[in-house]
Design a protein around this ligand. Structure first.
Ligand code: UDP
Length: 450
């Protein structure tokens, strides 16, 4: 009999690839063979950065088409819609190909829960399955509750908040308080995309029910309420590459490592780190207000401005901030956040960024933009109380003086740092031998090893 062999399929976006790749490394360390599947475009980017096809003798990176034509890549939602349709077929073919030519046959499929239709392939081929959630468990709980939300008249059959409905929803006293307009699917400005996300979430619930495992990159004590109401979710996080030595070829952008040398020269807890993940883009006005807010704070900063964003800096900006600021296209974020010079993180509240910040003991200034980022903000500001949120003015703009005022508070009020350090400690013990996440991950690995 061959070795256990897992095929792992992330949703094709940076924030989904990073934690699943980390899980792949854990499995490989425990003697499990892994075939890690990226879409061609992401595969080529990762290859270009890592320069090798096979990571070690246990992990093999392979690629499948994403089914998009170039022009379709700019249509919001097209990627989600297309990979949802074609990925199950791609994976079935790939498994058959691997099984025909390999003595280590595929024994289990680990798929991103956004691609839960792959569950049908696992069942058809008779292999084990695990759905992986790269977001907070609260997001899954929200999805599971869609029928109840409709029944209770909170949303209609298409997910929209019912008119004159000012309800806020909280599924458990320690869970985020969310208003229906902040439900993930409603946080898109395009109505076709709202419907798509809503429908996919409903379908995913059905598929995930049949998975052998539903694992989540979270920690029990961060979300006790979510795990109490959905006992089928197993937290195995945080999956962080800083837990492991060596470079991970999990980035699809080249990180600028020189900024770490610059951070080495800064005093402890003195630098603001600003980054909005892999997709968030500001409009020109908002970008300029942010630039001014950072400048007016009069503090040192490291700011990620991705090459694909409009870099509309105010006139003379670079010259004015050059002595105390660094602007990079992509940072080695986990290493930045764990650097002693970082005081706070201005973030869009993506779940990975949130976990990375909390695990490094860094308080956050929350600036959610779409999807689950509003749920995460509620955790950060209302449940854990380790950060503040920026408020928009009556025109929907976050002004520079608001940004400066909130940065000042994070620097001046020690309580945010104190609470974040407590959470950091808690997360670290959960991932250490004997902790909840450690035990869960060990059971999952034992199951794969059979
Ligand atoms: N990231 C990074 N360098 C950057 C910006 C982001 O390495 O300059 C990483 C970050 O560490 C995180 C991921 O990209 O692991 C972003 O995931 P998240 O869930 O926070 O946001 P998303 O990109 O999915 O919106």
């Amino acid at each position: 009999m061959g070795k256990p062999h897992a095929i792992m399929v992330p949703f094709p976006m940076q924030g989904h690839i990073i934690p699943l790749m980390e899980l792949a490394q854990c499995l490989a360390k425990h003697g499990i063979r892994v075939t890690f599947v990226n879409t061609e475009i992401n595969h080529d980017r990762i290859q270009a950065l890592s320069g090798k096809e096979v990571l070690n003798d246990r992990i093999c990176l392979v690629s499948v088409p994403d089914g998009l034509e170039s022009r379709e890549r700019y249509i919001p939602g097209k990627l989600m819609e297309t990979v949802y349709e074609i990925m199950p077929g791609n994976i079935e073919e790939l498994i058959q190909e691997i099984n025909a030519s390999n003595e280590d046959k595929i024994t289990c499929v680990i798929y991103d829960q956004c691609l839960a239709r792959i569950q049908e392939v696992a069942e058809k081929l008779g292999v084990g399955s695990a759905a992986f959630c790269a977001a907070a468990a609260a997001l899954l709980v929200l999805g599971f509750n869609i029928p109840r939300l409709i029944e209770d008249g909170i949303i209609d059959n298409e997910g929209s908040p019912l008119s004159n409905n000012n309800n806020i929803v909280q599924f458990n006293p320690t869970m985020p308080i969310i208003s229906p307009s902040d439900f993930v699917w409603n946080r898109s400005k395009i109505s076709a995309l709202q419907k798509l996300v809503f429908n996919i979430m409903k379908q995913n619930n059905k598929f995930m029910k049949s998975a052998n495992w539903l694992i989540c990159n979270s920690v029990h004590d961060l979300e006790p309420g979510a795990f109490a109401v959905a006992t089928n979710i197993t937290p195995i996080g945080p999956l962080l590459s800083t837990n492991r030595p060596g470079n991970l070829p999990d980035h699809i952008h080249e990180p600028d490592s020189d900024c770490l040398k610059w951070l080495d020269q800064q005093p402890p807890c003195s630098v603001i780190y600003i980054a909005f993940g892999s997709t968030t883009i500001f409009n020109k006005n908002q970008f300029q207000e942010l630039a001014m807010g950072i400048e007016q704070s009069n503090r040192s900063f490291l700011w990620v401005v991705r090459p694909d964003s409009d870099k509309d800096f105010p006139d003379g900006y670079s010259d004015r901030v050059t002595t105390r600021g660094r602007i990079v296209g992509w940072a080695p974020q986990q290493r930045v956040l764990s650097h002693s010079s970082i005081a706070c993180f201005i973030s869009h509240c993506g779940w990975n960024s949130t976990l990375e910040s909390v695990s490094s003991g860094v308080p956050m200034l929350c600036w959610p933009y779409f999807a689950d980022q509003f749920i995460n903000r509620s955790y950060i500001c209302d449940s854990w109380k380790i950060g503040l949120t920026v408020d928009e003015d009556e025109n929907g703009i976050v002004k520079f003086d608001e940004i400066k005022a909130k940065i000042d508070r994070l620097f001046e009020e020690d309580v945010f740092k104190e609470r974040t350090l407590c959470l950091k400690e808690m997360i670290s013990s959960s991932a250490s031998e004997g902790g909840d996440s450690y035990k869960n991950l060990s059971s999952f690995i034992s199951w794969i090893r059979g």
